[in-house]
Design a protein around this ligand. Sequence first.
Ligand SMILES: C[S@@+](CC[C@H](N)C(=O)[O-])C[C@H]1O[C@@H](n2cnc3c(N)ncnc32)[C@H](O)[C@@H]1O
Length: 272
Amino acid sequence: MQTSFRNNFLSTKKATSALTRLPPAFVALLVQLLALCTMLLVANTLPLQKLTMFEWAVLQGVTAATISHQLKMPIWWFLIHLIFTPALVATLALSLSPLWFFGAFLVIALIFGKTYQTQVPLYLSSQEAAKTLASLLPNKKKFSFIDLGCGCGGLLNNLSKIRPNGSFHGIEAAPIPFLLGKLQAIVSTPNKTIQWGNFWKHNLSSYDVVYAYLSPVPMQTLWHKACREMQPGSILISNSFIIPGVKPEKTLELNDFTGSTLYLWRIGENTE
Ligand SMILES: C[S@@+](CC[C@H](N)C(=O)[O-])C[C@H]1O[C@@H](n2cnc3c(N)ncnc32)[C@H](O)[C@@H]1O
């Protein structure tokens, strides 16, 4: 009995870790399909025919969220699975023109489309993060700063105003945030530039400070890139995400709405 429980436990654990190696969007699709099959099974076996379409959707959402919880997917997937089908059914009930859905799909794809590859969605640094970052930057000496994945450029905008002695650069891969940032850069402070592109292809050797607010996924690779390219004495700062196995020189807890933390590493002669 105990052995079979242990074997079941181990095979579930193995299946979960195999799933985590698949692209998250693919796992999400599997979860939704599994929840849908469960609903079809329930509909055929239990006397629940009186439920409305929306109630079925809520049941499907709860099932999908429970599966994602069992698979130990990050908490945001729990929420996405919970509301996905109910939101779909509620929106369809509004009988809107398909053009609205196409428009919404395009906007979402142009903001979050690359998340499938990069596994870094768009969320913005807080004002508190900008203030604390500014306090770490030289206030007279010239310096260069890059924001890897600069979103709409809001952080660069704040910093370039507080530290006019710095030159600020941002790279963004998502078209809509890039365009918003670029437009703002044209009309605002002259010490700020924003380019469209992939920061993995951008050399970091000319920057004194490299800032990254990404996700846990790319941090190890970012560290290797920083060690290869950044000059001794330059600084890498990450908002919220640590580099596994590399102790930061400084850790600054922020008093913002997400309770985030800034981690700072100084690149040395032989850092790796
Ligand atoms: C969490 S947001 C941070 C935005 C901004 N840096 C801030 O702190 O407010 C991360 C951004 O990085 C962008 N990104 C992710 N991988 C990228 C890559 N390889 N090249 C360029 N941008 C990337 C995403 O599109 C997203 O806008």
